[in-house]
Every structure is written in C-alpha cells, then in structure tokens.
Design a protein around this ligand. Sequence first.
Ligand code: NDP
Length: 244
Amino acid sequence: MMNFKDRSVIVTGGTRGIGRAIGTAFAAAGARVVISGRNGETAAQVASQIDGEVHGLALDVTNADSVQNFFSAALEILEGLDVVVANAGITRDKLVMALKDEDWDEVLDTNLKGAFLCVREAVRPMIRNRSGRIIAVTSVIGLTGNPGQGNYAASKAGLIGLVKSLAQEVASRNITVNAVAPGMIDTDMLADLPEKARQVLIERIPAGRPGTVEEVAGTVLFLASDAASYVTGEVIRVDGGLAC
Ligand code: NDP
C-alpha cells in the first residue's frame, strides 16, 4: 500500500528539513517527484542528491506568477499529478504586541496564501482526473497557539480551515485533502532556538524527544497511500503527544 511506483508527486519547499525528507521518502517508494526551492539551482542540486527520479524547480509561493510557472513546468515533467504536499513555511516569531506588519504579512503570505495558491493549481488537474491527494503541512501551534507565535499560529490554523473546506468540496471527485501537524521536529527551523528554551520544550513532550523528519514523512506517505483512501478533512498530529 506504500508503493508509489508511477505516481507523480509535488513537494513544495523540498530543499531541506521536512520537505526534503518527504521528497526522499516518495522517491524511495517509487514515485516521480518534483521538489522546489526559491533558488532553482539549489532545488536542482538537492534533487540530484536524492536517489530515484527527483527534479528540482524554482518556486516562491508568495508570488502568484511563480506558482503558475512552477506548476505548469512540474506537470509537464511529471506528465500528471497524483499527490501534492504543501510544505513550504516560515516563522517570524515575536510577541503579538511587538509584531511588525511585515512579520505578519510574510508569514501569512507564505504559510497560508502560498499554500492556497499551490493547492488551487493542484486541484484543477486532479478534478479533471477524478483522482488526487492533497496534504498540507500545518503545525500543532495551529491547534494550540503559542506565545510569541501569533502570526505563525494564525497561518497554520487558517491552513486547517482551508483543508477542511476543500476536503468537502472535492470528496465526490475521489480527491482527499488532509493535514499533518508536526510538533517539535529537528530541522533548521528550530536551529535558532537557545539550548535552554529547547530543553524546556522537550520536557513538555510526553515522548521525551523531538520528532524526526522521517517520522513526519511517514505520516504524509500514509495519507497519500491507498490505505488512507477514506480519510479526508483530517488533521494528524505528529508530535509525540505534545498537543494531546
Ligand atoms: P525549513 O526551514 O527547514 O524548510 C523550509 C522549506 O520551505 C525550505 O525548503 C524552503 O525552501 C521553503 N520555503 C520557505 N519560504 C518559501 C517560499 N516563499 N516559497 C517556496 N518555498 C519556501 O523548515 P521545516 O522543514 O522545519 O518546515 C517545513 C514545514 O513544516 C513548514 O511548513 C513548517 O511550518 C512546518 N512545521 C515545522 C515544524 C518543526 O518543528 N520544524 C513543526 C511544525 C510544522 P528555500 O529556502 O530553499 O526556498
């Protein structure tokens, strides 16, 4: 059920961290994969380092033209589209009272509007094919909120609203739309965290450790697999119990 041979997969933000692990896992399971990065050369370089059929293309999800160009190039390379993973995301953490307009706009434009633009491009060919899997990478912070992450929490909560709405719009076309909500995962996104803050966070995780990128990728592959054909509009936490 986890065999993706001849399936076409797009992963936004695949140059590192969770997106790279998702692209790697799909390629290992036999899929044809396109990953993206804002810098096309970096994306192509990363793609060449992954075993299997992986292509890297330029994409800035905050730019509508870039999204359109990326999807038309990716669909041509892949000759179709079975799975899209809207993974690209950023943080600009500050207490709400200190948030600048730019901090708000940058995070909402990338994490929420960017995901919307990508999902809108993806769903059209899927509706024509009457088949598809859409998976958005949200966050447990979108479920619980977090001091210092008001903009990020709003973007990720909004993404859950988008997923649940779209799931109901396209369920009759054999398209599922789901979200994974990672907790604390060891990636560059957490690299700036001071060691003390990191330890405090880890103490709050029932599993007693951060998650790995492969653990998030595994859940994404499940949602894209035949095993999850009747799962839609769902948010699956991958958080070691952090937000239960
Ligand atoms: P990283 O910072 O390691 O990677 C982010 C990825 O997003 C990169 O590939 C980057 O590509 C891409 N990206 C950033 N901005 C844009 C943009 N404007 N257009 C296109 N691509 C962009 O983050 P993670 O791997 O940690 O996070 C991946 C996702 O998982 C995010 O949505 C994040 O919110 C979510 N998440 C992460 C958690 C964690 O603990 N790490 C916890 C919960 C959720 P490039 O810079 O090459 O353009």
